[in-house]
Design a protein around this ligand. Sequence first.
Ligand code: MN
Length: 138
Amino acid sequence: MTVLRASNRPTKQQPAANFTGTVYSDEIVQGKSPSRMRASVVSFTPGGRTAWHSHPVGQTLYCLSGAGRVQFEGQQVQELRPGDTVVIPPNTRHWHGAAPDKLFAHLAMSETTDTGEGTAWFEKVSEEDYNKAPAPMT
Ligand code: MN
């Protein structure tokens, strides 16, 4: 059994190559084989967001606080609120991040492939795409 102490794991800023704005990540776990689990809490400052990307085994996001956005390519931007869960299928281009005027944090859960393949990164989300009006909340 392992207890990973928060005090030994400083918050990491996410790299500008794959994120717009200031985004932080606190790793929860990177499972060791045979586990392929990866989980982290990602905190986005207002306007902060991922680049377009996809996950080979999909991803689940659980929204913790603030106000967020998610968009699947070819669909409308959707608003996210605490308690919402986003289920992202394998190999589906998408982005997620904060609303323009609010902090946002989500728990991100995914698995690598059995060969260790993880997230595939693409281009940054343009201001035009980011600022499109979100779909009405249902
Ligand atoms: Mn994702």
